[in-house]
Design a protein around this ligand. Structure first.
Ligand code: OOG
Ligand code: NI
Length: 442
């Protein structure tokens, strides 16, 4: 028997194996990440595991996928439910900025402390907003919806197995193997020819719209390992001749505690794809939509801390307009030093970050809770830095309404609130540390 947690860990490994054969640079990234983590642990034996044990961090991955319709999203939610992953948070990456995209997103991930400790695999999942008039006119919406309705991303057998896994909390050996094979296969790059004119029509509006709605299958867009020192990783990848994007997204490297999430990526790789031309002929060509990404995770911030983060980023934006990545980083550093406490104690005293409490002897020990989610700004930056052009939108038009309730309705499942999850984890530990907790909660 394989319970949902075993299935999640096995799926993460299986996807990783598959993606490594499709994108060999991913294997390099994993090897370098592992070396960075090993060296970091050796150099910082006391503090390195403060935000997660080394075995968790080394196995830790997040993936990104993109689907086209509410129905496809519901199926994805069913597949991830089989793996003990629930939708957490609502991200709207649309808007008027040059980085805005015609999608809304959520992140599927385990939500309890124990499940996260077993394997924290998470998948950033985006769904196309086909009726957003800033991007698509009525004719294109109709054409897109028709195209999307005519494809099937996930075989019925996979959905049936996923429903069973969710209901029973486990699958037998044969079913588990079949489930993993079908689930992994659903995210492989399809060899089916891409209709060149249709793809190009969407790509003029948004590379992401074309990647989602221009093809008849989905695929994993990237798979991201976690490192303990992203600056070391950046330097080592650059030394290997792999061109990274010019900025680490999110907080800067500084002497104080790492908060939230730092991410960087390397550019989309040109991959061989087959095309169907307007005369019906099938030709060979290339598309660049997939990339490599790596991340370093920090302490989860409370709502107060998160509001401060947003204010700091706004200040960075204002002060760094027109400057290059290195200068922008200097400003980030300046803003961090001026605004954020430089110690965990300082963060805790100001109520800016989440912590767990554990009684050791007659002392209560405080440990930071790691950030398990994503950052909309960084996500938009990661998307944008890997697109070859900004696309086109008409910001004067009214956008289609999407919110967390829409996502929940589409999936037939509630969307978990990130802050509530951290609060629950912190509160449960505080209760245990006072000795009045329910033993069964441990
Ligand atoms: C998702 C981009 C966002 C992250 O780590 O912030 C993301 C995508 O490219 O589909 O993965
Ligand atoms: Ni990512």
């Amino acid at each position: 028997m394989h319970n949902t947690h075993d299935l999640r860990a096995a799926f993460s490994r299986s996807l990783s194996r598959m993606y490594g054969t499709e994108v060999p640079a991913y294997n390099t990234l994993v090897d370098v990440s592992t070396a960075v983590n090993t060296d970091y642990l050796a150099a910082h034996p006391v503090t390195a595991e403060r935000l997660g044990r080394i075995d968790r961090v080394t196995a830790e991955r997040h993936g990104a996928i993109r689907v086209g319709t509410a129905t496809e999203l519901r199926q994805v939610a069913q597949i991830f439910a089989a793996l003990g992953m629930a939708p957490v948070g609502f991200y709207d990456l649309r808007g008027d900025a040059t980085t805005s995209l015609p999608i809304v997103s959520t992140a599927f991930r385990p939500t309890t402390r124990d499940a996260l400790a077993i394997n924290p695999f998470r998948v950033f999942t985006s769904v196309l907003v086909t009726d957003d008039r800033r991007y698509f006119d009525a004719g294109l919406t109709a054409a897109l919806d028709e195209f999307l309705a005519s494809r099937q991303l996930f075989p019925d057998e996979l959905i049936v197995l996923a429903e069973r896994a969710e209901a029973d909390g486990e699958l037998g050996d044969t079913d588990a193997e079949r489930f993993l094979e079908l689930a992994t296969g659903s995210f492989e790059l399809s060899g089916e020819p891409v209709d060149r004119a249709w793809y190009a029509r969407l790509a003029r509006i948004s590379g992401v719209a074309a990647d989602i709605g221009g093809v008849r299958a989905t695929h994993i867009n990237h798979l991201t390992p976690r490192v303990l020192d992203i600056d070391d990783l950046y330097a080592r990848m650059s030394a290997l001749g792999i061109a990274m994007i010019d900025e680490v997204q999110g907080p800067p490297a500084w002497e104080g505690p790492d908060v939230l999430l730092r991410q960087t990526s390397f550019k989309a790789l040109a991959e061989r794809r087959r095309f169907r031309e307007t005369d019906g002929l099938v030709t060979d060509g290339e598309l660049s939509v997939r990339f490599g990404e790596v991340e370093q995770r920090g302490i989860a911030l409370t709502q107060t801390g998160r509001d401060l983060y947003d204010v700091m980023i706004a200040e960075v934006d204002e002060r760094s307009a027109g400057l290059d990545a290195a200068e922008r980083n200097e400003i980030k550093l300046d803003v961090w030093r001026a605004n954020l406490p430089a110690t965990e104690d300082g963060l805790a005293d100001a109520g800016l970050a989440w912590f767990e409490y554990e009684r050791k002897g007659d002392q209560v020990v405080r440990t930071p809770i790691v950030y398990e989610d994503f950052l909309p700004r960084s996500a938009a930056g990661i998307f944008a830095s890997n697109l070859s052009d900004a696309g086109s939108r008409d910001a004067s038009r009214e956008g289609a309404h999407r919110d967390e309730a829409w996502l929940a309705e589409a999936m037939g499942r509630p969307v978990c609130d990130t802050m509530e999850l951290y609060r629950a984890q912190s509160d449960a530990s505080a209760t245990r540390s006072r000795g009045d907790g329910d033993e069964n909660e441990r």
